[in-house]
Each structure stands twice: as C-alpha cells, then as structure tokens.
Design a protein around this ligand. Structure first.
Ligand code: GAP
Length: 483
C-alpha cells in the first residue's frame, strides 16, 4: 500500500456507498456517529469473511465447537470479568469546543525552554498541529513531542487543545466506562441495569462446561463465536475501523496450565496463515507485541496482528494469553465449580485460555483496502474469490435473439450454489467495469457463438484475459476457483 495516500480512505468510503457496500446509519436523519449499515454488496462480503473464519475454526477441526451466546447477560458477569471496574478510558473535554479526547491518544508539543504554551494534537494527524503552529509562528525545532499522559497536570493552564487557540480549555482526564447500559424489564432502576456486551468472550467462559459436555470435548479444546459487541468509544472513527456497534469473531482455546505458551505460539502462527488464505497481502500484515504497560487486565501476553491501513499500521486482531483469569473469576463470583478434571492425569485445574479475537468490520475494511486498485481505465477490487460478494456475472451480449433466455437459464442453475449477478444493460465493456468495481472475479458472456457451439466467454477480473469454455462447465469452473 505504499502508493496509497490518505485520500484513499475518502475513495474507499465513497466507493462503499456508491456500490452498496456500506452506508452511514440513519443517513436520512443526518446519520449517527460511528454506526454503519451494510448494503447489498457489504452483507455478502461480510458473510463470506465470517464463513471463511467459521470454516477454518469449526468445520475443519475436531477440537473447536461453535456457540451463539446472548448479548444481554447477567450483570455480575461484567463484575467478574473486570469490565465494570476496569473497562475504562481516561477522557478529557475541551470546555470551549465541547470536543472529547482520549488522554492516551493526544501528543503534546512541549517547549524545550520550559516557558510558554504547550500544544496538544491527536496522534496520527500531524498536519493539523503543523498548520496551527505555523499560524502561531512557533518554531518547532524548539519543542519536543511528548505523550499527554506524561504531562504534569499543573501545566494544563498553559496547554492549548487540538481545536482551539486558547490555552487552559482542557479538563483534567476522568475515567469513563465504555459499556453501554440499559434496563431489563419495565422499571428503570439501578437494580435492573444490564449491559450490552463489550466482547463476545464472556458468553464463551460462562458456557465452558455446557459446551465441553455437549461436545464431549477434552482439554485442550476451543469455543468459537461470532456476534455483535458494543463499546461507547470516546473517539470512534476512520469509517468502520472503530465503531460503537460492531461484530467480533472470537475463539477461546482452553488448555492445561503450563502448555499455554506453546498454544499461544501455535495460534499466532495459525492466525497469520488464515490471512494468507483470505488473500490479504503479507507485506501489509505484522505482529506487534504489547509491552507490560499495555497489557489488558486479564492478559499474561498479547500480540496484535496489525494491518497497514491507509491511515497507518493499526490493530486488526488480538491474540491473548488470558491465563485462568476469566474462569477463575467466574468461579469466584458464581460459586460454581469451573475446574476441569483431567481423567488421564487425574489432575483438577482451571484451564488457561488462549484467545484469538478480531473484528468482522475491521476485516471488511481490510478486505476492501487490500483489494482496491486504481488502473488507467478502471477501479478494481481484487478480492480473493472466496470473499467476493458476487462470484460471477452472467451477461448476454444482447437481449434479443434468445441470448437473454440462455443467460437466464445459466443464472437459474448457478443460483443454487452461488451468489451471481445478471446484467443485460449497456455495452459489455461497461458491464465488465461495473463488475470490476465490486470485485466479481468472473464474467460469463453469452453471444451468438453460444447458440452455435454451446460455448461462452469467461473474462477474468484480474488479468482481463478471455477464454471460451463450454456452457456445461461453468458450474465446475466456479467450484474450482471460488470455493
Ligand atoms: N475479547 C478480547 C477483546 O475484545 P479487543 O482487543 O478489545 O479484545 C478485539 O478487541 C478485536 O475487536 C480488535 O482487534 C478489533 O478487530 C475489534 N474491535 C475492538 N473494538 C472495536 C471497535 N470499536 N470497532 C470495531 N472493531 C473493534
């Protein structure tokens, strides 16, 4: 993506809207911040990504079972998990502009002399601060950049916020819980508060014994789940990268204590392989290890798989060694035995958990960003065929002379297995371009020769090369290439 500049994001957002991948939620009312709707192409892409993940986690293995737990859970789950007390971000407000920032996402220009004003700016947006500093005639060589978290609170009176020119408008940071609350039942009282789950993982832990027994599994084994999660993010943004309502694909693998580090390495490797399979360019992926100060409250070790988004390297997936923290806490709070009895070794223990957790929406953004190419005459999404929303387009050269009927007949057969698109309007070249833009890997064109010898033209999205194949082979052609 080296040639992709920050305006790539604007192009992706506009393509997503124009071609029916992603719309702003409640757009006719002016939209609602950080919530998005998936359109006809978006739902297909999202479903295919989920299917590919589910296939690799559940269908192709004997040691992982599926689960679909409820979004609303007993409120004590979130006390046990640590989210009521610990799932917080430090946030500060600008009294003048009413903007809200996360303390750990602001950097500050600090004068080396120790005198004068300090300038805060959001990480990742250097151009905004540069403009402001030019206006204030500040010589940046006489400043150093420090994270806001390291700035003494007594200096806040000299601190200029990102969106103002006046110092002293930022409040000191306060902790803010990211869980959405609602009420269960008709009475809006504190006793009836329930939370929208901020991660799907807890539904897996509380079902540990249920799934293990029903699946007749022995440790080591895993439970996989795909589902919605909700976080009242302070600074959502970058399109579907950070949302308040999103979907996760999480897998919790339960292992014997002591074998956790080996399983952790195993899952790191497996997950990287999955991205290869999903067709994501390896040069756009990397691991990033969490330092001791960055580890979540439950983790002994954590690696992110990062992707090189148009706005920079950012987290796509987290792989965590969660130790026995979660099951141990649920045992303590529920007073139920969550230990595992190992019949072979006669040991009894709380299993350790190795978790792989990724956001479906981030996967969608990655798939689109990674596939996006601008060529001289076309914009093309080079999706891996397995995730492409449409597997094929069926195009009669003209509507007349029975060609449309032949094409419809082919569509009828393919629909039993594949999502395909029928298009009879406009010049064939333009119809190819429309398919390129939504990433359809193959176009089958029905022409007069089809009537003579039963062959059709297949046009390949990536090479734009064309070949003729027998009409009877279309189904197999797709089975070989897109499944
Ligand atoms: N159960 C562990 C857990 O939830 P996390 O690192 O907070 O860990 C895991 O989240 C993944 O979920 C992230 O790597 C990201 O892909 C996705 N995710 C988290 N917050 C998100 C948000 N606000 N919007 C979209 N995706 C998000």
């Amino acid at each position: 993506m080296a040639n992709k500049t920050s305006d790539t994001m604007d192009k992706l957002v506009s393509l997503c809207k124009r071609r029916g991948f992603i719309f702003q939620s409640s757009e006719i009312y002016g939209g609602i911040n950080s919530c998005y709707d998936y359109g006809p192409m978006g739902v297909e892409l999202k479903k295919n990504i989920k299917d590919l993940w589910w296939k690799s986690m559940v269908y192709e293995r004997d040691d992982i079972e599926g689960l679909d737990a409820s979004i609303l859970m007993h409120p004590t789950v979130w006390k046990a998990s640590g989210h009521v007390d610990g799932f917080t971000d430090p946030m500060l407000d600008c009294r003048e502009t009413k903007s809200r920032y996360r303390e750990d996402q602001l950097l500050v220009y600090v004068p080396l002399s120790g005198e004068g004003l300090l300038y805060a700016f959001p990480e990742g947006y250097p151009e905004r601060i540069e403009k402001k500093l030019r206006k204030a005639k500040v010589d940046t060589t006489e400043y150093q950049i420090q994270p806001l978290t390291e700035i003494d609170k007594s200096l806040y009176s000299r601190l200029v916020g990102p969106d103002t020119d006046e110092p002293g408008t930022l409040t000191e940071p306060r902790m803010f819980n990211l869980m959405f609350k609602t009420f269960m039942g008709p009475v809006e009282a504190d006793a009836n508060i329930v939370y929208l789950r901020p991660e799907t993982a807890q539904g897996i832990y509380v079902n540990f014994h249920n799934v293990r027994e029903a699946g007749r599994q022995k440790v080591p084994f895993g439970i996989a789940q795909i589902g919605k999660a909700f976080r009242n993010e302070i600074t959502p943004g970058n399109f579907i990268f950070r949302m308040r309502e999103f979907e996760q694909m999480e897998m919790q693998f339960f292992v014997r204590p002591g074998s956790d580090e080996d399983w952790f390495d195993y899952w790191k490797e497996q997950r990287l392989k999955w991205y290869e399979r999903a067709g994501i360019k390896s040069e756009n992926l990397r691991f990033s290890e969490h330092g001791p100060g960055e580890l979540a409250h439950y983790a002994k070790a954590a690696f992110d798989i990062q992707y090189q988004f148009p706005f920079g390297w950012s987290e796509l997936e987290g792989i965590h060694n969660r130790t026995d923290y979660d099951l141990g806490r649920h045992e303590e709070f529920s007073k139920k035995n969550l230990k595992y009895f190992d019949q072979d070794s006669q040991e009894k223990y709380i299993p350790y958990v190795v978790e792989t957790s990724t956001g479906v929406d981030r996967q969608v953004l990655v798939s689109i960003a990674d596939a996006y190419e601008e060529e001289e005459e076309r914009v093309v999404l080079r999706f891996n065929p397995a995730v492409a929303p449409m597997k094929a387009a069926i195009l009669p050269l003209v509507k007349k002379d029975g060609l449309a009927e032949v094409a419809q007949n082919i569509v009828g057969k393919l629909r039993k297995q594949f999502r395909v698109f029928y298009d009879e309007s406009g010049a064939v070249g333009r119809r190819y371009r429309r398919q390129d833009e939504i990433g359809t890997p193959y176009c089958f064109t029905i022409d007069y020769e089809t009537k003579e010898n039963n062959t059709v033209t297949v046009r390949d999205r990536d090479s734009m090369a064309q070949e003729r194949i027998s009409q009877d082979r279309i189904m197999d052609y797709l089975v070989d290439r897109v499944l």
